[in-house]
Design a protein around this ligand. Sequence first.
Ligand code: SF4
Length: 693
Amino acid sequence: DSKDYDSEVESICPFCGVGCQVSLKVKDGRVKYVEGINGPANEGRLCVKGRFGFDYIHHDHRLTKPLIRREDAPAKGLNVDPGDWSTHFREASWEEALDFAANGLKGRGREVAGFGSAKCTNEEAYLFQKMIRQGFGHNNVDHCTRLCHASSVAALMENVGSGAVTATFNEIENADVAIAIGCNPIENHPVAATYFKQFTKRGGKLIVMDPRGQALKRFASHMLQFRPGADVSMLNAIMHVIVEEGLYDQQYIDAYTENWDAEKAHLEGFAPEKMAEICGIEAEVLRDVARTFAGAKSAMIFWGMGVSQHIHGTDNSRCLISLALMTGQVGRPGAGLHPLRGQNNVQGASDAGLIPMFLPDYQTVTDDGVRSAFTDVWGSGDFSNEKGLTVTEIMDDVHAGNIKAMYILGENPAMSDPDVEHARDALAKLDHLVVQDIFITETANYADVILPASAFAEKTGTVTNTNRQVQMGRPAVPPPGEAKEDWWIEVELAKRLGLGWEYQSPADVFAEMKLNMKSLDNITWARLEGQNAVTYPSLSPEDPGQAIVFGDGFPRPEGRARFTPASVIAPDDVPDAEYPMILTTGRQLEHWHTGSMTRRATVLDAVEPEANCSLHPSTLRKLGAVPGDMVRLTTKRGSIEIMAREDRAVSPDMVFLPFAYVEAAANILTNPAVDPYGKIPEFKFSAVRVEAV
Ligand code: SF4
């Protein structure tokens, strides 16, 4: 009923990287409900999170005033009640809190590190990395991409020359075959999944590859439930068949690639008959998949964190890139490589330089010319040409006593880091921690000062989705109490650090970003205000943007993409007699990441209220347990107790554990070992013991 609200505002869903456009319906100063509108990625569709997951913005726990840790507060630990923090913190004015935050950071150079956020806007991400580089002279700034697709980006940069997708997911409409590997789109990218389903309805062949069964299986022509960690063996076996049977596209390889001979030679040792037992998939199935993919007119490859979150995550992506290149499946309608990005602005935050190795647009920090192009625009603040530390390396450096102060914006390492007690101990050790957020998150428990920020429905700014679509977010309601937009807080902090920032609005920041970001050519603030979304690259002021890139070569030497052969690396933490099963972690449809928003959303919390893990029925039987019983999960890092569910999609030697629940935090258990290239932790594989409680 259109009379049911006072106003409506068009913005972007704050959860996953699909980037659905929404209309926020406002009544009496509160968002009353949300509807999908006709954005390029969602065409009016929304999933349960986008439709019902908004009322956390009005939750009683929202921070409404700056807070400073009391001198008589208990020792730092995970011990603050987010609804009653008065024993730990006192209210402060913005003036006092900003001065206190800045004074604890100022002049400390290499002792300071920053975590920015993939939930904030592009402008806020840009300002954050600029503050660390210009203000402290180094590159120790990172964000959650390190925990989700860093290895995919490493492989794409290495072999394709660009870290973003080569085709939008909507291009599946023009494909006849698609692979979805290590992703679970029905739960994690639900609106993208609707396009996958439509594709199969039209007769498209969907090849799903995942160690865990999943709902997309119902739509698949092939379901390869391979052994955890055997990805490289399986993908190399498929490529072996393509070589052996001469199914590759020699013309494309000659025109657009390099290092093919090395790849071809490397694949000789991966005959499906040899790999079948290792990956748990019959040789004939591997051969059939190879023929199906290579025989496609147009084929796409989608992947998620099941691919990336391994110590061999970069190798997994190298295989997928090689598979697409050898079959010429890049740069045409219905063809392409698409890592499904996680958070709503992880693509944009990465593009904006919130990465320790790269400035905006993936320009390397080691290049003097690149650095001076930025300092020329910034007017001051030369910074190091050394690559900075990543999220997990920063925590190690805190323990080593080198980093003593941090600025964390909208990130929650006290829940999201692997071996999370290590991260919590590091946060407790800091002598100055500034946290900017909308709730007292687990990380804010350790803060010296908390700056109350804005939720998506309270701020202006652009975000970039998994499709490279830059979209405009708009405020529907004001922030509660004295909370402020994140860009404003960053600017005020920078002024106190002596950086002389004078931005009056996010539009001013966007204008500066365009000076050194070619990806934003032809994309202006005015265009985004008028059109809501423009895909980059956009070739003219009228071009809505290129859904498909690299049809005529790659942004690499001589325009050629590269084959990088991938060898098999075993998981770091292999099962043994003491820890005989495999733990894998991930998300559920209803809850987002560390749960700070969705567990405060009434409908989502009602649908999925309790920490849970999934076990195969035979595992439960062996434990003498029934669904709903508590079980104890123990790894070399720690132990949690959690309610067990029965799930036939999980193989008998596996446990699936969502990481949204603080009361049974999955990352107490996970392994901090990282991929040597993408430096991403191995969240998807830990040896675990399961016991009845
Ligand atoms: Fe939001 Fe993603 Fe759901 Fe779309 S698919 S409504 S962006 S959570």
